[in-house]
Design a binder for this molecule. Sequence first.
Ligand SMILES: C[S@@+](CC[C@H](N)C(=O)[O-])C[C@H]1O[C@@H](n2cnc3c(N)ncnc32)[C@H](O)[C@@H]1O
Length: 221
Amino acid sequence: MSSPNFVMEEPALLAELGKVAGLHVLDLGCGDAALGAMLLQQGSASYLGIDGSREMVSRAEETLQDARGTVALQNMEELSLPAESVDLVVSRMALHYLEDLDAVLRSCRAALRPGGRVCFSVLHPVITSSDVQASPDQPRGSWTVDDYFVGGARERVWMGDTVTWFHRTAEQYVGALIGAGFTLTALRECEPEPGRFGGDEAELARRRRVPLFLLLSARAT
Ligand SMILES: C[S@@+](CC[C@H](N)C(=O)[O-])C[C@H]1O[C@@H](n2cnc3c(N)ncnc32)[C@H](O)[C@@H]1O
């Protein structure tokens, strides 16, 4: 069974990113920087990944075997880059961990050159609204949407640790971008890509039931 990121989020993200050759890229919450390696292979001028986890940063350093790629141990909330030094800010599945998304988007806006872009994916708001735990033993067959208009922290115990994320409505994500000085250029709900299911029609049908990811693209104005 393929990961939902592979069959849903990645195709939408790559389509939205388009050509990246020659671009200076910043990746917020870069994880192992697998995306960085891909973007550098596609000709990005530079890639800077930042992540707040020491373990992820060391994995990213192993991934980035290219002088154009760097990684820094840093929380997104402390982002401070020279003004107008970046062409593209990307972030995959990390911004829903931020309590103050507005401040981080304003920092991104300041770091972007005029006309630069931001493109990020988050867990879809219908998924982040409720912290009901799925059974770990079998593929999920039901989802709960609740307290959708009650923004704020949600918690779940995951592999022995408590994970906290911050729920926002789709409207609030779009409002945060506009408020930070961006013009929205795309909103995608990462519909499953049939060609990535290896012919597993039952899994394709399951993934067509509920949106898992929200992807937004915007231009600095
Ligand atoms: C779900 S992972 C996604 C990693 C990567 N973007 C990917 O798609 O594979 C979320 C990442 O965000 C990082 N992260 C979460 N909150 C952060 C924060 N406030 N500042 C920096 N990194 C953060 C985590 O350490 C983790 O590596």
